[in-house]
Design a protein. Structure first.
Length: 385
């Protein structure tokens, strides 16, 4: 790997996960070289990243969402402009960090798998929408998908050295978001500004709203199902407001393994980047065992948070239902952030779109993308009612 230096491509470099991946790269610049960067519409931040890291290849999307082959940014001119898929399969890339959001991560992930790259996956929708296709391709090409989500990274770490047939259940923890103890009658008046104030994590806008509705935890159930090849009935959720225990695994003898750390996404990012090594990072916060720590857990309330139920139901139905879930939620969250619908309307919109969907049980990638397009159109029609 380039004389011991791992060459990485970060797709979604201007987003929250992408920026934190670059934070890790700064600390370990003797271990990682940023070979490629891919970003959406944040041209100014991408230009700064190019100036600092001097990548060889860059992908940039314009306002129309299409890859740009000619970009006016002076910084970009110093690198070769490629599509996300071209960067993902570039022969000089060792590790691809999929930090994009939504369906934009699907094609690059498949390209990286088919090129037999190491993959650090931070995009939930890739496995939620097309988990069967992604994992089948990964198995065929001998590629391990290394999870970056803190919950799935925790489970991944807990399962090292264990036998799959001894697993009783996976337990995903959730902070519960900023409205955990709000009464039901207060939820309708929640504003985007309030919903974006997460109590423990610093994340992008979309995933922060999904955390507030618990949609992200429902999607994580589906994601864990594909990553760890367990039925969804054996994947459960507990509310843990402190976000110290990132997830747990219960085994046949009754023992439970958990991964604990201060909530900081740089830790699971770094672990995926350096796997199987663990690197000392002085910038990561440490647990202070000299202070009392309360590890409180409670069951989620699916009446107050129906998105958790909707995601589990879509995952159990399978086929194109999870893709429809993702697309409808993406539209609903954007409508909420632009103040065109209320907080409780997010779940109502998603549920109605799911109810009107006629699923395909074993879809091709084209059929998944068609279901995604149908769901977005249907969600847009809901807006006018």
């Amino acid at each position: 790997m380039g004389g011991g230096v791992k060459r990485i491509a970060i797709l979604g470099s201007t987003g929250s996960i992408g920026q934190q991946t670059l934070d890790v790269g700064r600390i370990f610049n003797d271990r990682f070289r940023v070979f490629g960067l891919g970003a959406g519409r944040n041209a100014q931040l991408l230009a700064k990243q190019i100036d600092e890291f001097q990548p060889q290849v860059v992908s940039f999307q314009g306002a129309d969402g299409e890859p740009q082959r000619n970009c006016p940014l002076p910084s970009v001119a110093r690198a070769e402009l490629l599509s996300l898929e071209e960067i993902a399969r570039h022969p000089d890339v060792d590790l691809v960090v999929i930090a994009t959001s939504g369906k934009a991560g699907l094609a690059p992930t498949l390209a990286a798998i088919r090129a037999r790259k190491q993959i650090a996956l931070a995009n939930k929708e890739v496995l939620v929408m097309a988990g069967a296709i992604i994992m089948a391709e990964a198995k065929q090409h001998g590629v391990e998908i290394m999870p970056v989500d803190s919950e799935h990274s925790a489970i991944w770490q807990c399962l090292h050295g264990e036998h799959k047939d001894e697993i009783v259940q996976l337990i995903l923890t959730a902070s519960g978001g900023p409205f955990l103890h709000y009464p039901q009658d207060r939820l309708a008046a929640i504003t985007p500004d309030e919903a974006l104030k997460h109590p423990t994590w610093q994340m992008g806008r979309k995933v922060t709203i999904d955390s507030a509705t618990l949609m992200n935890k429902g999607m994580e159930i589906i994601e864990a199902h594909w990553l760890f090849d367990l039925p969804m009935q054996r994947i459960n959720v507990l509310i843990h407001p402190k976000s110290i225990v990132h997830s747990m695994v219960e085994f046949a003898d009754g023992s439970v393994k958990a991964q604990l750390s201060q909530p900081d996404m740089r830790l699971p990012i770094q672990y995926a980047m350096s796997y199987p090594e663990r690197l000392f990072n002085p910038q990561l916060p440490r647990m202070n065992w000299g202070k009392p720590i309360s590890l409180h857990f409670e069951q989620p309330d699916t009446v107050k948070s129906p998105c958790l139920r909707l995601a589990r139901e879509a995952g159990e139905k399978g086929g194109t239902y999870p893709a429809v879930l993702c697309a409808a939620d993406e539209v609903a969250v954007e409508l909420f952030l632009s103040r065109r619908i209320g907080f409780l309307d997010i779940a109502r919109l998603v549920e109605q779109v799911l109810e009107h969907h006629h699923g395909i049980s074993d879809p091709s990638l084209d059929e998944i993308m068609a279901a995604d397009a149908w769901a977005r159109e249907s969600a847009g029609e809901w807006r006018s009612k």
